[in-house]
Design a protein around this ligand. Sequence first.
Ligand code: SF4
Ligand code: SF4
Length: 696
Amino acid sequence: MRIVVGVVVTVVAFAVTGRRVWWLYRLLRAGQPAADRVGAAKVAAVKGGGGQATEVIGQRKLLAWTVPGLAHAFTFWAFLVLMLTIAEAYGALVDDHFGIGDWWGLGFVEDVFAVAVLIALVVFTVIRYRASPARRGRASRFYHSHTGAAWGILAMIFAVIATLLVYRGAQMNTGHFPYRPYPWSFASWLVAKALHPLGAANQGVETFFVLAQLVVVLAFLVFVTYSKHLHIMLAPFNIYFARKPNALGPLLPMYSGDHRIDFENPADDDNFGRAKIEDFTVKGLLDLATCTECGRCQSACPAWNTGKVLNPKLLITGLRDHLFESAPRLLSGTRAAQDLPPLVGLAEAGAVIDPEALWACTSCGACVQECPVDIEHVDHIMDLRRHEVLVKSAFPAEAAPMLRNLENAGNPWGMPAATRLAWTEGLPFDVRVIGAGEQIPGDVEYLFWVGCAGASDDRARHTTRAIAQLLHTAGVSLAVLGPRETCTGDPARRIGNEFVYQMLAEQNIATLHEVKARKIVASCPHCFNTIGREYPQLGGDFEVVHHTELLAALVAEGRLQATSAFDASVTYHDPCFLGRHGGVYDPPRDVLSAVPGVTAVEMPRCRERGFCCGAGGARMWMEERVGKRINHERIDEALTLDPDIVATACPYCRVMLGDAVKDRQSDGTARGDVEVIDVAEILLRSVRGNPPRIDD
Ligand code: SF4
Ligand code: SF4
């Protein structure tokens, strides 16, 4: 009889699950081809298989949050180990004495993980209670998550472990338990003690709970495919197909279907960005279906943390819900979408994403960094922006002058090319300029890419001059392009105007090829990222270092000697495009630690968890009308350490944090002598004998 019951529930559960899995497969296949992704994943499997293993099996990203990470990791590992107990339960249907061998160690390990899951459940319960939206409102990382389903899952996991321990305890009393001596399976053994008074009734308990175990496990299987816990099934695939090493750094080129868009000769039916849900690639749709609603991205997002509408979790789950609602249309083969509401627009019009949310993103990458299942938020946000800008010309009006300036002057501030060398005035040495028709001489080691901010902004010019003076002191020969340098195109690309980006990028690549650029040092992390990691997409392969990398190397080689004591407490702000996007965390810190007298203090949100200054994603050229200003949030965090200097390594961060510190000095919450400067300026002051402070 128990065999019949076991077979029936198994067949029913697999039929229901299989139907759902097939439905999901067809739904995800409704997306566009994921260009190069399968190939990239294959390469990664060979080169970076370790990364996949540490992320899935090792739970690397989850463990970045220690307590919930450990609880999740033990639950996941238990999930693998307890597969054996499911096999044992099926075996017990046909043979009371069934076991996978009879070694005591297996029974012990199974019990260890069963108990670990029970402890993890207590941890999850406490976390979910303490961080519940009812208690913490918008600050809860479970804000608008499906918390009911999450509690249901916790209850089911408890039922899996409880039925397991009860049938194993009963098996000990009936003599059917395969692993001896029994006390090694300590948790089951304790349950056996409790059940012992039931005497012969243990046989009935054993049979009932073996079946109950299978029913609960199968119900869990069905529930997983219909709930947010789908991630248990999809996460390994999503991580496998994710960009390697992650979706930070370069943006992807624009594809329409299976081909890259040729902006000089676009096809009539090319899709620019994402207008409807089926414009997402298969990997994009897989991203949406994989979200666990854990809220880690939301907790790290500077926009959400300062009161903006943008919440990366809700952006993904909103698109996911829309995907599932669109399933009848997508699966029926009726692809017509003319009458559908737009993806980006007002909620009253049925749209999925509020334009306020779309434009609030600073492209800082904190969400991508945090996501334990490798969802690629920034790629999706940028693809949505691309459609808004390129097709609908819909973007914040205040950013229009920036785009016009880029097209007309190759500089987002519209500064004429002739002013690009203004920063060199008064330097005690000549800066070599590569003129029209010239190539970089063989004795020049680095082409110094100054960047628009470094050439145009008064404060950033201090950094530019400091870098040039340090390199000159170290005997590093350098040259600049002067008026021939134009914006790399980063602000245009991040706002979604790929057309203007490509125009500028191709112009710069042609210039760099013409002058035969070999090694480039960039002072702006955005230039560093764009030239070094995005220009290869357009055929421009150059060796690019950030100035902090070069300065750290020169200090290490003894070519730069920081001799004068600085005597200041300094906290370093990680620029997003240098740290998270570029992976450069140590060189700026190495430079600071080489300066005698500097007391370096870290902000709570530093390195991979660094908090944006608010300027990325072309936000530098947009108004910030909602919530607290992001630069104020960041400077407030820095000021809690009472530093003398807030150091950074990016001209945009320097401007944003410099403005914020001035605001705080005006309202009396910051000391009047707190400075925001680049690490290069700190090094220069020490190398040159601590000259007076640079006055912004
Ligand atoms: S990139 Fe930064 S600002 Fe944009 S959604 Fe992610 S965390 Fe938020
Ligand atoms: S997108 Fe990633 S980090 Fe954000 S809620 Fe979903 S799974 Fe968690």
